[in-house]
Design a protein around this ligand. Structure first.
Ligand SMILES: *Cc1c(COP(=O)(O)O)cnc(C)c1O
Length: 393
């Protein structure tokens, strides 16, 4: 059964919770109260809906992928989050949380970013609302993602290099949380996915579920058959949760989350926390994660930076154990092939994350024959063009 809200301790069954330093607990409770009030306030919803329409460009269209449908023998549709402002679903969350920061009277926002997509979406929301913004980013990622670093700077955000650990996303999350412990009075932390201690997974799910709610209305309104299968990529899990949540426990729709299989599950170089990870605590939450025998976090690997994360949102862990969603994975190579397939067959260069979802559909085309399948096209691939080009040089 899906839960409206996690329980009083912020749990989804045994997952979730608030594994946070003592000094952060008051801030987490303050945030929970503030969001609960905002979310039941019609004025907050009116302002957010207006911005989603006029700034973000919602509702995003539903597109029939006619040539791929013919080719795969599947009735295939795309939910076009790639057409949202800044090129992905992440803006749904940052505009909502930016509005919340303003309502809470916090003039400063911090965030973590891996490839820079969440950093850009946060910088964008902060410019929109006139909030001071600092983004933690691993130094290795700063090198790999120079374009997004410039973008954040152009939007008036300060990018802070993180040199601890491997200098990637999980280290940036840790640094951002450290900052927050000493700055909660003035600062709101915008986390980038349905991860972290309660109330973050719940807030981000509520802000992203607009994707699935739109889809529920659009398909009948446009005379489109109801989806039988919905497929989305899973990094932290926010685009998947956003499209799955309204359909979860509905029974009629099969939900499939696709994790990064990287170089193969047997290689140990992947991001399949749900597929082959085990329950543990990461970034303030009990969930499936990649860990060693001592509970130390292992490095994830994926060709796609957005899926290169060793944990996953706790509500996905709950959905997995409740059998509400199937979690699968595809390899880097399969995702790369699907990237080209979508570009050449539909005229859409997808984000490498979204290409994982298409790769699973390609692999399972025989099983899916004749069924109506919706792929959550979480983002556009402009950000990945250079990386893909380099691999084919
Ligand atoms: C960040 C990102 C993802 C992965 O994050 P989730 O929280 O799992 O959605 C997927 N697709 C795109 C385009 C992204 O930018």
């Amino acid at each position: 059964m899906k839960l409206e809200r996690p329980d009083a301790r912020g749990r989804y069954g045994t997952f979730g919770g608030m594994y946070a330093p003592e000094t952060l607990m008051p801030a987490l409770f303050e945030l929970e109260t503030a969001f609960t009030e905002a979310w039941s306030d019609d004025d907050f919803h009116a302002e957010l809906d207006h911005l989603l329409r006029t700034f973000v460009g919602r509702p995003t269209p539903v597109f029939r992928a006619a040539r791929l449908s013919d080719r795969l023998g599947v009735d295939l549709w795309f939910k076009r989050e790639d057409l949202a402002h800044t090129g992905a679903h992440k803006i749904n969350n940052t505009v909502g949380q930016g509005l919340l920061a303003k309502r809470m009277g916090k003039p400063r926002v911090i965030a973590e970013t891996g490839a820079g997509q969440h950093g850009v979406a946060t910088a964008t929301a902060c410019a929109l609302f006139g909030l001071e913004c600092e983004v933690y980013m691993g130094e290795k990622d700063i090198e790999r993602q120079a374009l997004n670093v410039y973008r954040m700077q152009m939007l008036g955000t300060k990018v802070i290099p993180v040199t601890s650990g491997a200098g990637t996303l999980k280290d940036a999350v840790s640094e951002a949380m450290r900052d927050w412990v000493s700055s909660v009075e003035t600062t709101h932390y915008i986390i980038g996915s349905v991860v972290g201690p309660h109330p973050f997974p719940w807030i981000v799910r509520e802000l992203q579920k607009v994707i699935g709610e739109e889809l529920q209305q659009q398909m009948p309104a446009d005379g489109i058959p109801a989806p039988e299968v919905i497929v989305a990529s899973v990094g932290g899990g926010s685009n998947a949760m956003g499209i799955f949540y309204p359909y979860a426990a509905d029974g009629g729709v099969e939900l499939v989350g696709v994790e990064a299989g990287g170089l193969g599950l047997a290689s140990g170089k992947h991001g399949a926390s749900l597929g082959v990870g085990s329950p543990g605590v990461i970034h303030g939450s009990m969930t499936y994660m990649l860990q060693d025998d001592f509970g130390q976090v292992l490095e994830a690997h994926s060709v796609s930076a957005g899926l290169d994360y060793p944990g996953v949102g706790p509500e996905h862990a709950y959905f997995k154990d409740e059998d509400l969603v199937r979690y699968e994975s595809v390899s880097d190579d399969e995702a790369m092939e699907a990237f080209h397939l979508m570009a050449q067959t539909e005229g859409i260069i997808p984000a490498l994350e979204s290409a994982h979802a298409l790769a699973w559909i390609v692999n399972e085309a025989d099983q899916l024959r004749g069924r109506t399948v919706v792929l959550n096209l979480s983002g556009r691939g402009d950000k990945d063009v250079q990386q893909v080009a380099a691999l084919y040089d």
